[in-house]
Design a protein around this ligand. Sequence first.
Ligand SMILES: Cc1cc2nc3c(=O)[nH]c(=O)nc-3n(C[C@H](O)[C@H](O)[C@H](O)COP(=O)(O)O)c2cc1C
Length: 151
Amino acid sequence: MSALVAYFSAEGNTKKIAEEFAKDIGADIYEIVPEIPYSMADINWKNPLSRCNKEWITKKEVPVSGIVEGFNDYDTVYLGFPVWYNCQPLVIDSFCKKHDFRGKKVHVFATAGGSTIGSSEKKIKSLVKGAISVDSILVRSVSDLKNRYSI
Ligand SMILES: Cc1cc2nc3c(=O)[nH]c(=O)nc-3n(C[C@H](O)[C@H](O)[C@H](O)COP(=O)(O)O)c2cc1C
């Protein structure tokens, strides 16, 4: 059994941490990508008409592209993303629904611009049905993750 680091990142902050962490712990890594990737204009939350604002307001499903092959082989999943609107981005919901988390430990990590991790942990708990445990941490660097899991 082994660990997987699965992450979504629109601007690169979470990606950098996920890559460093996966390398440090010798885990496999998987980038969560929406079926329609976000452009910079799409994630301009200052524009009321941007894609991300419209999706969030309507809680539109954001389908994820692809699937993790051999997901059943992992006993631990580190799930990383940026905090969007004090929560996990909608594409994370799609990713969770598409995979079977029964029997797995889920360690959520998120980067943010200044807020807390918000309601992400609670929401993700309801999405990863059958997981053994779910915990979460807001991170600024890979050291935060390594300290948390004593690596
Ligand atoms: C659509 C959108 C919504 C965001 N909402 C929040 C928020 O609620 N709280 C916060 O602290 N940062 C927020 N941010 C900032 C990101 O969480 C932060 O820049 C993060 O590190 C970006 O990670 P990434 O580079 O992996 O995409 C938001 C950014 C975007 C694009």
